[in-house]
Design a protein around this ligand. Structure first.
Ligand code: ATP
Ligand code: MG
Length: 401
């Protein structure tokens, strides 16, 4: 064999070796980053443990429009299941249709389409007073001319329970809600938190199969609200009642619920545990509504995404063309050496337990980076300084468009 052909053969062998090396590096780099699958979108992701639990409430394809709204639907094909003893929260912005959905479940309004079942029984033709469902309203709606004990006894008297049962139940409910000493007071003689507890005691006294709670904590100040959140959870646990709780407060929803249904514009966008909703929001509107989040725009390129600033990310895109990546500010870190993104520090907001940095990175919207204040030292960064943002691979979510 001539010297030339030996050199060519060695050269080709080198090429093959390099190609194999590149391929294996690519496989290592090509991490399958978590992304919301089609299945866990609008529909419920049913784990096997949930599938075996008895169902309290089933809502199938519920739609509704107020008579004067001919073209816009307030509720659009809403479907969900709530399990027995579950603390389920309906979370959504003001005007998205939360109260309307509760009114349909309670029977105060009739749906345009769809079905509501309690256990296996359809509620479609049942008037409100025949539904074993109670509601706690935002303004408590206590009877002002009745004492606390009379308010709590009211529902039981309407249902013609014996005097003895009523006495026992009222006493039990007042003890559960720590209102024994207020039994003979009138609502106007109570604080907001106490009125709230009377409303809960009254609603729970007749042992409803389902308790609907429409923003019941929104009139309370922050400290009392936090106390009541814990009490409410405790009460639900003690009584074993299924709660359908409505709020537009994401912290409340995340900290109290077994599962959350996120509702936007009359549609259920995602149902999941607080962790699923926070860590794997399916689409941009859920991600935007739950907590602080950063979005990066990019274009899919085979098995990667190229960011607007030119950086190549080994992320499997969900679709061709433009894609949106999201990451939480607490998953990113600022430093002066290197990072996926770089830019200038534009603003610093101090929150006591953490500090939020806003970085102006070329080609991207303002990026937020949250750093926990573990020591009492001042921030090491100054406004206007050039900084780099490190984002670990696991922090990224590829959102459906
Ligand atoms: N009686 C009514 N007649 C006509 N439209 C109504 C009526 N009640 C509510 N709406 C409209 O229906 C939509 C949903 O209202 P709904 O009260 O269910 O929202 P929500 O999610 O409970 O809001 P919030 O968080 O502010 O309480 C809104 O656009 C509202 O203006
Ligand atoms: Mg409402």
């Amino acid at each position: 064999m001539s010297k030339v052909s030996v050199s060519v053969e060695i050269f080709i062998k080198h090429l093959i070796f390099l190609k194999n090396l590149l391929n294996s590096m690519r496989q290592v780099m090509q991490v399958k980053w978590p992304q919301a699958s089609e299945k866990n979108i609008l529909k419920e992701k049913e784990s096997t443990s949930l599938a075996t639990k008895p169902i309290c409430l089933t809502i199938n394809g519920l739609s509704f429009s107020y008579p004067e709204q001919t073209n816009a639907r307030v509720l659009d094909d809403v479907s969900l299941k709530i399990y027995e003893n579950e603390f389920f929260t309906l979370l959504g912005p003001s005007g998205c249709g939360k109260t309307t959905l509760l009114r349909l479940i309670a029977g105060f309004q009739q749906q345009t389409a769809g079905e509501i079942l309690l256990g296996n029984h359809s509620l479609n033709d049942k008037p409100p007073f025949q539904r074993p469902i109670n509601t706690v309203f935002q303004n408590y709606a206590l009877f002002p001319h009745m004492t606390v004990a009379q308010n709590v006894a009211f529902g039981l008297e309407m249902k013609k329970f014996s005097a003895e049962t009523i006495k026992e139940t009222v006493s039990h409910m007042l003890s559960l809600t720590q209102l024994e000493n207020e039994a003979h007071r009138y609502p106007k003689e109570l604080s907001g938190g106490q009125q709230q507890r009377v409303a809960l005691a009254r609603a729970l006294a007749s042992r409803p199969k389902l308790l609907l709670l429409d923003e019941p904590l929104s009139a309370l100040d922050l400290k009392l609200r936090k106390e009541m959140q814990r009490e409410l959870k405790h009460l639900q646990h003690e009584t074993g009642t299924t709660f359908l709780f409505v709020t537009h407060n994401q912290d409340e929803a995340l900290s109290m619920s077994d599962r959350i249904g996120v509702m936007i514009n009359g549609k259920i966008q995602q149902i999941g545990t607080p962790e699923e909703i926070y860590n794997s929001p399916f689409n941009r509107c859920v991600a935007e509504f739950i907590g602080d989040i950063n979005f990066l725009e990019g274009v899919s390129e085979q098995n990667s995404i190229i960011l607007a600033g030119g950086q190549l990310l080994p992320v499997q895109p969900v679709n061709d063309g433009f894609v949106t990546l999201a990451f939480r500010p607490e998953h990113a870190k600022l430093n002066r050496q290197s990072g996926l993104l770089s830019g200038y520090l534009k603003e610093i907001a101090y929150f006591g337990t953490s500090t939020l940095y806003y970085v102006d990175c070329e080609g991207q919207p303002l990026i937020q980076v949250r750093s926990q204040n573990i020591t009492d030292e001042c921030t090491p960064f100054a406004i206007g300084e050039k900084v780099h943002v490190q984002i670990p691979q696991h922090a990224f979510r590829v959102l459906a468009s």
